[in-house]
Design a protein around this ligand. Structure first.
Ligand code: NAP
Length: 351
């Protein structure tokens, strides 16, 4: 067995630690072997470490967002070749497919080919945010992305994004904006520039009491001209309900979408509910895994074209001061302590 270095977690609640004894996988079918160049950190990694949820095997190798270079391809690959630069979100919780190791497997149909002009750090900010926002807005609320480089004509209708300053939220703002909606986004007061930079027309304070947030939503959407609300924070279900019930005045089908796929919801039948389950990406043994993976594969060419055209853009990030696995572990601590206001990315190697 060829081994490689990376980060393992021995069992739920155990610490992250560097190991040089991780098995190096071999690609089959349409899989490519990707050498990890940069990783983007997400709340799901500490969540998996602490709870063991969404982890298939122990010791576990974690990681989600990555930028890397293809070093080997399976026999059926037709899109990617060795030397191609790619980025995206891994099939999380499955050791062969996760980027906290020197090389890992990815399906060539669900990774993004890196476009010219994106560096590895920027590229590592894109995967989970873009794909989760797309699941909620394209699959969940029926939006259609326009052709790359163009923007749909502006509608007299708003979409409300709770958490427009976060990784998922910033891509949600971009997608809704490109689809021609006016976007009202919440954030903490110090971060309103982030949703604004991504295309939001207006913002409101995500820490105000819930009745004040409902009132702000009604007032800033021209008296309630919205039928779609997306909670990217996993803290906004009650607010979504109250906003649709008490502030939305459009006489049309109403949608709520959420990144919260673990809490009990009791959504009235009048509202269409959608919950993202990006963790199903690549899990082709389950019908939901097939649905999520197929949808994402169908959007990848459009996303690549939008990133090339600049009509979807990567996020602002904080690049960790050092490089390598020890730095990833230190930066996961920074993520948990809320030290960074932006997406944290860590370089593993240059090439
Ligand atoms: N189900 C899925 O498929 C899926 C996929 C990806 C992510 N997620 C989950 O989605 C959530 C967001 O992920 P992310 O990567 O976008 O995280 P992130 O970048 O840390 O963003 C978190 C967002 O939540 C807001 N927020 C934090 N505390 C809040 C509070 N008390 N009240 C209101 N808003 C608050 C933040 O706003 P400010 O910083 O401006 O206050 C920010 O906009 C996480 O729980 C993650 O695990 C789920």
């Amino acid at each position: 067995m060829t081994t490689q270095s990376g980060i393992i977690v021995e069992a739920p609640h155990e610490l992250f630690k560097v190991s040089s004894g991780i098995a190096r996988p071999t690609p089959s079918g349409r899989e490519v072997l990707v050498k990890t160049l940069t990783v983007g950190l997400n709340p799901v990694e500490p969540f998996q470490q602490h709870t063991g949820v969404l982890v298939d095997e122990w010791p576990a190798v974690l990681g989600s967002d990555f930028a890397g270079v293809v070093v080997d391809v399976g026999p059926d690959c037709s899109k990617l070749r060795p030397g191609d630069y790619v980025h995206g979100c891994a099939s999380i919780g499955r050791n062969k497919y996760t980027p906290f190791q020197e090389t890992f497997l990815a399906d060539e149909t669900t990774v993004l080919r890196k476009v010219s002009g994106l560096n590895a750090a920027s590229a590592a900010t894109v995967g989970s945010g873009l794909l989760t926002a797309a699941l909620c807005l394209l699959a969940g609320t029926g939006l259609k992305l326009p052709k790359a480089g163009s923007k749909s004509p502006e509608k007299d209708e708003w979409i409300v994004v709770l958490g427009g300053s976060g990784t998922v939220g910033q891509f949600a703002v971009q997608i809704a904006h490109q689809c021609g909606y006016k976007v009202l986004a919440s954030s903490s007061l110090s971060k309103t520039y982030l949703p604004a930079k991504n295309g939001a027309t207006a913002t409101f304070n995500n820490r105000a009491p819930i009745d004040e947030q409902v009132a702000a939503i009604k007032e800033r959407t021209g008296g309630g001209k919205f039928a779609r609300i997306f909670d990217t924070t996993a803290q906004g279900y009650e607010l979504m309900l109250q906003a649709l019930e008490g502030a939305s005045t459009l006489d049309t089908k109403k949608y709520l979408a959420s990144v919260d796929d673990w809490s009990d919801f009791n959504t009235p039948a009048a509202f269409h509910e959608y919950r993202a389950e990006l963790g199903q990406l690549g899990r082709l043994q389950s019908p939901l895994g097939v649905e999520v993976t197929t949808a994402i594969a169908s959007w990848i060419p459009d996303f690549e074209a939008h990133l090339e055209a600049g009509s979807l853009v990567p996020l602002e990030y904080d690049l960790a001061p050092g490089a390598g696995w020890e730095q990833v572990i230190a930066s996961l601590g920074d993520l948990e302590s809320g030290k960074s206001a932006k997406k944290i990315v860590v370089k593993i190697r240059d090439q």
